[in-house]
Structure formats: C-alpha cells, structure tokens
Design a protein around this ligand. Structure first.
Ligand SMILES: Cc1cc2nc3c(=O)[nH]c(=O)nc-3n(C[C@H](O)[C@H](O)[C@H](O)COP(=O)(O)OP(=O)(O)OC[C@H]3O[C@@H](n4cnc5c(N)ncnc54)[C@H](O)[C@@H]3O)c2cc1C
Length: 443
C-alpha cells in the first residue's frame, strides 16, 4: 500500500514526489509512457482535432523525421514534456491570482503560491531574483506606464528522465512505466486503487491512500473524465479551457532614447534573468485588459542574437497574449480525444485594445515603433484550464479549492488543466508549484 500514487511524470509529478519524499511518504509513480524512444513517445502523444498548428519557436528535436511532430502539445514518456520544453521559468503575476475572468478565479492567494514558487526555484536550481541596480535602471519605464517582468531562462535545460531514475534509486519511490491503460477502482467517493495494464503483462493493481493526477492538461482531463464517469453524476465530455500565451510579432522598435535601459533588458548582467514588458497591475485590475507581455527579440530562446540589436539598430517586438477561457476552446474526450483550440475574434479584439494602449508607451520610453497591421498569432504549446480549481465547483470536472476532484475524497489534480486564469506566463513554474502545494499542504 502506497501513501501516494501519482499519475504522470512531468514537472508537476516530480515536484509532488519530491514533497512527498521529504515527508517520508511511500510513493508510486505511474506513467503511460516508457523511458525509451523519443519517436514512439511523440507518436503516442498525438491529439486529433482542429488544433491551431503548434510550434515552439525554432525548436529543433535533433532528428529530421521528428520535426513533423513539432506541433504536438504533449509528450508521453518518463519525464513528460520536459523532454521537449525550452527551459523558461516564469511565475504568474500577483494580478493573475487577484482577478476573476469569465467567472473563474484562483482560490489560492498569490502570497500562498509564492512559497511554492520558492520551493520550485530551490528544487530546480534557478532564481528569478533581480539585482537592485537593474531594477533601478527600469524606474524610468515605470514613469511611462510600463511594468518590467523578470523570468529565468536556463542555459542547460532541465530534463527529468534521469532525475526520476536517480530518485527511484535513492528513495521510497517506485516507477511504473508504460501503463497503456489506467482504470481507477473507487467505492463511495473514495479511490482505492488503480488497475494498470501494460502491453505485455497481466494487469497490476496499485493501492494508495491518496492519488494525484499529474498527467499534463490533456492527460489529466482524460483521467478525470474517466473517473467521474464512475460517479453517480452527469457526464459532460466538453472541457472548456484556453491556450496560454499564443504569440506573434507585432512590429519593430527603432530606439532613440533610454538605450542603457534597453541594453539592460537585452543583455542583463545576470546570465539567467530575462525581462518582458507588461502593463501595471492596478491598471489591469481596473480595465479588465489582458495581462499580455511584450518580449524584445534577441533576449530569449534558441538562436537568440543580441547582434540583431547591435547591428541593425532595431528590435523585433513579440507579444505573448493572455487568452481568456471561451467555449470555443475545448477538449472533447468522448469517443476519443479531440482538441478544438482557436485564436478567435475575442482574443484578437482584446489584443488590439492592449496594443493600442501599450505601443504609445513603448514609443514614449524608447523611440518609434513600426507596427504590423495584422499580428500573425501562433498558438503556443500550452493548453490549460479544462478542469479548473474553484472555491465553489459547479460542475463535476471542476476541482475544489484544494485541487481535489470534487466527487471524491482522496484524488487530486496538479496540471495546467487546473489553472482557472493564466496571464501570459509560461506555465511550468506554476504547474510544479501546484504539485508541491497539494502534497505539502493538503495530504
Ligand atoms: C515545445 C515545448 C516547449 C515548451 N517550453 C516551455 C517553457 O519554456 N517554459 C514553460 O514554462 N513551459 C514550456 N512548455 C510547457 C511545459 O512543457 C509544460 O508546461 C510542462 O511540461 C507540464 O508539466 P506536467 O507535469 O503538467 O505535464 P507533462 O510534462 O506534459 O507530463 C505529463 C505526463 O503524463 C503522462 N501521461 C499522459 N497521459 C497519461 C495517462 N492517461 N496516465 C498516466 N500518465 C499519463 C505523460 O506520459 C507525461 O509523462 C513547453 C512545451 C512544449 C511542447
């Protein structure tokens, strides 16, 4: 009998397992994928539907025949999507926890979440700490109505596969990989065990006092859907969510002033810290505008070229959009998983309002902006919000404020499917913080 069974082995699962290990708990980790072939894992992760084509800016999987999978929003295998991700850590902003969007709001306060963010920083060895002299150089931007947002960009990107193998060798963690099907066995609102099947062996039953679904947005939604279909409750198979931070180029900045400040943003002294530009939080609260951010090209990601700025004396501006939840954006899991994610009219209207307000401020701070008439927005690789946390869950697939699947007393979920609201931060730091939060505070 395990204290905790975790389904999935990405960042949420890893942070949760580490929190459980620190408390001396006995943990089973059950993953649909194995630890071998990248190609096989990517094939298993396909999702059908009208999904907006998903690419990760210039990401190279290292093998030409894998490029055709580069639209895949998830990875099935030990270590989860850490095999593909780009290593950009960013917490949500305080405002994302403070406001309600489309009837959704975080039931966890920013203050509470900050402690989890700090645990995650320690666990993965990075820091979003910003040096005081840098903050000082951004003061002038504040007077133009611009907020500067720091995030950490890893040089050596964290991949979790080997970390799991090491954890199994040194603690009370057992790995069950290649579980092609998982069936929860539940009585009277309590999950007793999971029956797992492998391709080659007889089913195996794993019993645990508590269960944590941490199978990414799509996998977690599928597992919750399968679980609630066992409870005496209505079954709805359309899960509304959103794509967190679709992005695209908005134009070009030709800077004339505040060049030292621009230098500090493009080429910070701290090797891991990068910056994005945003609207002040009070203004977002008052106006309801999206918490989108603007990145200066050359500061992050693969093939980043500061030379772009120094040689051509211009900087490309990229927007990361805060997309709000909408009925159009959804997962359907019956009879098979289909994703219907769109960059629709509402997102575009909000983006136009945001840019109309923000671009004059960038011009006031730095110089002329040559704005594109039409922003070619691309979906990001981050579906979210399909089984949101809620103080008062109205639907069977909504989670309680503690992250519990509401009809059951001992099964929780930590993944981006649980985000009620997202902002434009990359999701992984919050996904991992949620894994830590649920185990540390609630089990
Ligand atoms: C190309 C790319 C680049 C990215 N770059 C960034 C970035 O720079 N910064 C950032 O913050 N985020 C980034 N992301 C997103 C990031 O990868 C995810 O936010 C993160 O991996 C989510 O972690 P997770 O633990 O929730 O799920 P995942 O890492 O997706 O892991 C889910 C796990 O569940 C398993 N699983 C699935 N279904 C089942 C099931 N039914 N039963 C059991 N197990 C199951 C899978 O095998 C997998 O191990 C990127 C994503 C992609 C695709």
């Amino acid at each position: 009998m395990y204290d905790l069974a975790i389904y999935g082995s990405g960042f949420a699962a890893y942070a949760a397992a580490q929190a459980a290990v620190r408390r001396g708990l006995k943990v089973a980790v059950i993953d649909k994928g194995g630890r071998d072939s990248l190609k096989q894992s990517l094939e298993m992760s396909q999702v059908s539907g009208n999904w907006e084509p998903i690419r990760s800016g210039g990401f190279d999987f290292g093998a030409a025949d894998l490029k055709k999978f580069s639209h895949s929003p998830r990875f099935v295998g030990l270590g989860g999507t850490s095999a593909m991700w780009s290593g950009k850590w960013r917490p949500l902003d305080a405002i994302d926890f403070d406001r309600e969007i489309s009837g959704r709001k975080w039931p966890i306060s920013y203050q509470d979440m900050r402690q989890n963010y700090q645990v995650v920083e320690k666990l993965f060895g990075f820091s979003t700490f910003t040096e005081p002299q840098l903050l000082e150089s951004f003061k002038e931007l504040q007077s133009c109505g611009i907020r500067v947002v720091p995030f950490a960009q890893e040089h050596e990107v964290t991949r979790l596969k080997q970390r799991w193998i090491d954890l199994q060798a040194t603690s009370k963690v057992s790995l069950y990989e290649g579980a092609t099907s998982i069936e929860f066995l539940a009585d009277k609102g309590s999950v007793r065990s999971a029956r797992i099947r492998h391709d080659t062996s007889n089913p195996l039953e794993v019993s645990a006092h508590n269960h944590l679904i941490a199978a990414g947005c799509i996998g977690s939604t599928e597992l919750i859907s399968a679980l609630i279909s066992k409870a005496p409750c209505s079954k709805n198979t359309k899960y509304t969510g959103y794509m967190d931070h679709p992005k695209g180029p908005i134009g070009k900045l030709i800077p004339r002033k505040n060049l030292d400040c621009l230098d500090a943003i493009l080429s910070p002294t701290h090797p891991y810290i990068r910056f994005a530009l945003a609207l002040p939080e009070e203004e977002l609260l008052k106006t309801g505008l999206p918490n989108s951010t603007i990145f200066l090209w050359g500061q992050s990601g693969y093939g980043a070229k500061l030379a772009h700025w120094y040689n051509r004396r211009s900087v490309s501006l990229i927007v990361n959009v805060d997309q709000f939840p909408e009925a159009d954006n959804r997962l359907e899991v019956e009879p098979f998983t289909r994703a219907n994610w769109r960059i629709n009219g509402n997102t575009r209207r909000m983006l136009d309002r945001f840019l109309d307000l923000f671009i004059p401020r960038i011009e006031m701070a730095f110089g002329r902006v040559e704005r594109l008439a039409w922003v070619p927005l691309r979906a990001s690789s981050h579906p979210a919000g399909t089984t949101p946390l809620s103080k008062f869950p109205k639907e069977d697939w909504e989670l309680t404020a503690e992250g519990r699947v509401s009809k059951f007393e001992n099964i929780f979920c930590a993944s981006s499917s649980a985000f009620p609201v997202c902002g434009s931060a990359n999701p992984t730091m919050t996904v991992a913080a949620l894994g830590n939060h649920i185990v540390h505070r609630l089990l």
